[in-house]
Ligand binder design. Sequence first.
Ligand code: PRT
Ligand code: ZN
Length: 291
Amino acid sequence: MSNTMNIVKLKLAIQKSGRLHDDSIRLLKECGIDISNGVNKLKAEASNFPIEVYFLRDDDIPQYVEDGVADIGFVGENVVYEKKKKVTVAEKLGFGKCRLSVAVRKSEAFTGPSFLEGKKIATSYPVILGDYLKANNVNAEIHEISGSVEIAPGIGLADAICDLVSSGSTLFMNGLKEAETILQSQAALIKNQGLSAEQEQLIARLLFRIQSVKKAKNNKYILLNAPNEKLKEIISLLPGMKSPTVLPLAEEGWSSVHSVLNENEFWDIIEQLKAAGAQGILVVPIEKMVV
Ligand code: PRT
Ligand code: ZN
């Protein structure tokens, strides 16, 4: 007798093509989920995790997740907040980072939101921009366009724009400057709000893997040699997961110290370690970090 009918599978929606596609696939791979066959199709099935992956336009993902056509999705927070669908943001994914900003002509002196009073603003994000204007008591005309928003001021279509920015070079090339950031965004895992206990359990398993991958990316494994008389000082500089590992070296009076460092404090601590007498410092990437 077959029991395949009872197997619960997660339906995950990711972007079919575009800026989030490759990183979404990479994250799944780093979580040990292999969907190598069928990336060009509408749907792919993982061979080693109960998950089906649907390839969709990013704009459609919140709606599909709200409706339960997909249980979860990877999509930019900017899209989630613009679409205002009933979905839960369960985890930020650490890629697709950008910000939604108001930009004005380089020559203009932006003094604050009131600068926008009575102006015409071109954007693909009328909902988020509308909320921002309302919150700041500004009356402005929102001109919704779906692409190439940055050319609007140059062709006299708008006085300002509200668009996604990452490096800022698109604004620069169009004679614009970033005036105010409305929203910081990155790709996030969103989920349907009426899932079964079994589905929630699968999501918890997936989130555990995603968190381990994210933690590993933010941390480095460090190995160094220290003269024993400096050990105490050097160890005090290292945070570590619990406490550093200390092993005697073959050379008398020296030890090897192993620990984990956070990316953000990395260079500061390396400098302090060198100053304290650490030698032969090796830094290696961590693949997974399960804590
Ligand atoms: O076909 P589909 O509808 O699925 O894709 P799309 O064309 O709508 O989206 P896509 O692939 O361009 O972007 C998908 C998601 O990537 C966005 O919703 C954001 O969450 C995220 N993201 C991150 C960005 C950027 N960075 C980004 N820089 N999306 C767009 N841009 C654009 C921006 O609109 C502007 O035109 O890049 C330009 C600015 O970049 P810089 O580097 O010059 O500042
Ligand atoms: Zn889109």
